[in-house]
Design a protein around this ligand. Sequence first.
Ligand code: GDP
Ligand code: ZN
Length: 281
Amino acid sequence: MKKDKLYHTDIAVVGDIVSFDMNDDGTGVIYEIAERRNYLSRKAPRIKGAGYRGERLEQIIAANIDHFVIVTSVLEPPFNNKVLDRFIVIGESAHLNISVIINKCDLDANDFIDEWVNIYNEIGYDVIKSSVVTGQGMKKIKEFITGGKNLFWGQSGVGKSSILNTIFPLLTLETGAISSFTVKGMHRTVTAVMLNPEKNIFIIDTPGIREIDPFGIKKEDLSHYFIEFSEFSVNCRFNTCTHHHEPYCAVIAAVENNKIRVERYESYLRMLDTIEEDMIF
Ligand code: GDP
Ligand code: ZN
């Protein structure tokens, strides 16, 4: 068995395809989990009293995901490209198919968000502008998520639950609820759930998880997850280039020549700074 398998903290997760036996009393026993096409994981949260190794466990949140739908908002909370880029890196590092929803467009009186939509479209990400208040984007989102397993993710308060409740009137996800997630010092268990609000539509919701501390991303790999950097980074002088300070860096040159957006590069540098050297086993 491979070493990394040994350290996973979860046996079966939402999205897994399993073989199981049913007992007469309605309980069941899983005896096999099919190989995962992809999965989203994070470093297991620090558990009070747990040793150092405990901090470094990989916790798998969900598996076999067709779309990773990142929900953001124009305002309340204000659009934060660095937070979005962090989610994108997490999705890219897990080989997920990523799209972005920018919600609360009713609050964007000056359409300032359109420039951000351009930035992400240029890179190749689908961006859907939406509003629960005006109904903008709701049909598009529904079409988009039909036929696969969709993992919805977003910062607290962006309107993820409101969007799902609007598209699927039978759903009654809790909205505007922040307090129950912030009890200090409590260890929260992972609570990803699979919703099937209509035939052929599967949504993985993660009401208990607001933070992902990515697992196992190395400094020298981070730029792979800023996918528009790759056509330039192949021309860096050093193949271990982190595009930070190294001479003859083709990524820095591309930023200077407006071939890579400076907003994305700054986001990259910020993230590079936060990666610990020892994140890998
Ligand atoms: P979640 O934490 O991402 O699930 O966010 P919620 O769905 O709980 O929404 C947080 C707050 O934003 C609630 O008070 C919603 O009524 C409000 N909200 C959600 N969507 C919109 C929107 O499109 N426009 C505006 N103006 N408010 C919204
Ligand atoms: Zn470089």
